[in-house]
Ligand binder design. Structure first.
Ligand SMILES: Nc1nc2c(ncn2[C@@H]2O[C@H](COP(=O)(O)OP(=O)(O)OP(=O)(O)O)[C@@H](O)[C@H]2O)c(=O)[nH]1
Ligand SMILES: [Mg+2]
Length: 232
């Protein structure tokens, strides 16, 4: 996770491929279902905060999860860490309205509120925008962002606005395509490329995942570990 989502910057990113190394006659990168590097680590909920610049103690690198409401952020956090009840998964979109921080030994995972919730009022939307913008633009310890997109849908207007904000922030970004289990095998093979083209990104900046089937979670966890300075 070393590249931003801006289309013209020269920083490089490479998603982790530890379990997906391929031979020349097998060019497809196939995500695995092995346990994630994060599942073995202790993790604790630090708190929910309305202030995007809240100092966390001790100061450690942070990786944030961002995506539209209901895209599967909390589910992904739970699946990545192997803790089903850690972040609240809801059938009602727009439940996560604060910044939720989780401490691992050497870094924090931060679950940000989802954007694009149609029923949120104007004031709530403005508050949300302020929180997320300030977090992404000004947060001193933000080492990388996992940007979630539902693999079944093309980027919405809100997703495009988020891509602009992420590009402006200059933060390293890895795209996690969620809910891959809802696609057929052949669509699972073709969608990442289609979405990479739609977003103007390299395919190696995009990770196909499913919190339900656990597809791609180990690779995503490795990328997070690398983004915060560890080795995967
Ligand atoms: N089939 C399938 N459903 C999923 C997956 N991930 C999440 N969901 C479902 O999608 C819905 C929303 O999941 P959440 O994890 O709460 O989404 P969120 O992005 O945290 O939502 P907000 O906090 O409201 O922004 C829930 O009904 C989940 O069970 C997945 O990988 N596969
Ligand atoms: Mg949530």
């Amino acid at each position: 996770m070393r590249r931003t989502v801006g289309r013209s910057d020269g920083r490089t990113v490479r998603k982790s491929r530890r379990s997906t190394e391929h031979t020349s006659d097998q060019p497809t990168v196939r995500p695995s279902h092995r346990p994630t590097a994060l599942a073995a680590l202790p993790i604790e909920f630090v708190g929910s905060f309305p202030d995007p610049l809240i100092p966390l103690a001790p100061p450690l690198p942070e990786v944030a999860l961002i995506g539209r409401s209901n895209v599967g952020k909390s589910s992904l956090l739970n699946a990545l860490t192997g803790r089903p009840g850690l972040a609240r998964v809801s059938g009602t979109p727009g439940k996560t309205t604060l910044l939720n921080a989780f401490r691992l030994p050497d870094f924090y995972l931060v679950d940000l509120p989802g954007y694009g919730f149609a029923r949120a009022g104007k004031t709530a939307r403005a508050g949300y925008r302020r929180l997320v913008e300030r977090y992404l633009l000004e947060r001193a310890k933000l080492a990388g962002v996992v940007w979630l997109l539902d693999v079944r849908h093309g980027p919405s207007r809100d997703d495009r606005a988020m891509q602009d904000l992420l590009a402006r922030s200059g933060r390293p970004v890895l795209v996690a395509l969620t809910k891959a289990d809802k696609l057929t095998r052949s669509a699972q093979a073709s969608r990442p490329r289609e979405l990479a083209v739609a977003l103007g990104l390299q395919e190696d900046q995009i990770q196909l995942t499913s919190s339900t089937s656990r597809l791609g979670l180990a690779e995503l966890a490795d990328s997070i570990v690398v983004a915060v300075g560890g080795t995967a």
